[in-house]
Design a protein around this ligand. Sequence first.
Ligand code: AMP
Length: 286
Amino acid sequence: MPPKHRELATVDSIGDLRTTVAAWRGAGQKIALVPTMGALHDGHLALVRAAQADCERVVATIFVNPLQFNAQADLDSYPATWERDVALLSEIGTDLLYAPRPAEMYPEGFATKVSVSKLTECLCGVARPGHFEGVATVVAKLLLQAAPDAAYFGEKDYQQLLVVRRMARDLDIPTRIEAVATVREPDGLALSSRNFKLSAEQRRRAPHLCRIMREVAAELAAGAAARPSLDQGTRALRHAGFDRIDYLEMRDGTALGVLQRAEPGARLFAAAWLGDTRLIDNISVV
Ligand code: AMP
């Protein structure tokens, strides 16, 4: 049995990352990348496990990307649990942690952004202007820095997954983009670093998001027209104590086109606020 808390190799520069990865590649090993913003939970660990199942070496990254925060207060209050993160990654057998500083990712004079159109013109792309440019830019950089065979993303951030896939395809980045199913609490709440910010009272209300989404999805799957079901769902979310609902929408799971009725591949997407905390979730309808 390997020791539970072995030292986790950590690098913070692009040069050290490339040297380590090049040695593994030279030995014929497949390399996986798991990008995160830290404050790790079982959802992140599910990505690492999926990566370990496919590749010999797994690089996790922790970088709270300032470019993808459209509100300074959200960036300032983003949870940070560095020591716990390192312990979790070490325990699960991650091969390398890459944790660059902002100046390594965005040195003086940095002036390039990666912008994905169409897929970003709805849902969180509307509610969080600039967010997906920040995501596409940082993920493009991470993929070019690490040059992994595969990179793992959660379905929890489904629109992000599609945006990253599109970006990698459009820029001819030869990394497979793999999706991992959303990990949930026993009460249905999707795991999220932002859940750490919920008060006990808000935490009790949070699972209503997923409960109401499941009810609406069941109606839609049974053939109900989208508009009335979504309006009813939005009212139910308000009644359950969500302070603001950014969206509750049914869209196709490939191009994110709006659907009036459920069809194969349909997904339900929601974003709603409890106090200052914005929760998102998505589930398949049929
Ligand atoms: P974040 O640290 O929130 O940027 O997330 C890093 C990665 O973990 C992204 O690919 C997320 O989609 C994924 N992730 C976050 N929460 C979950 C979850 N509950 N289940 C599966 N993957 C998740």
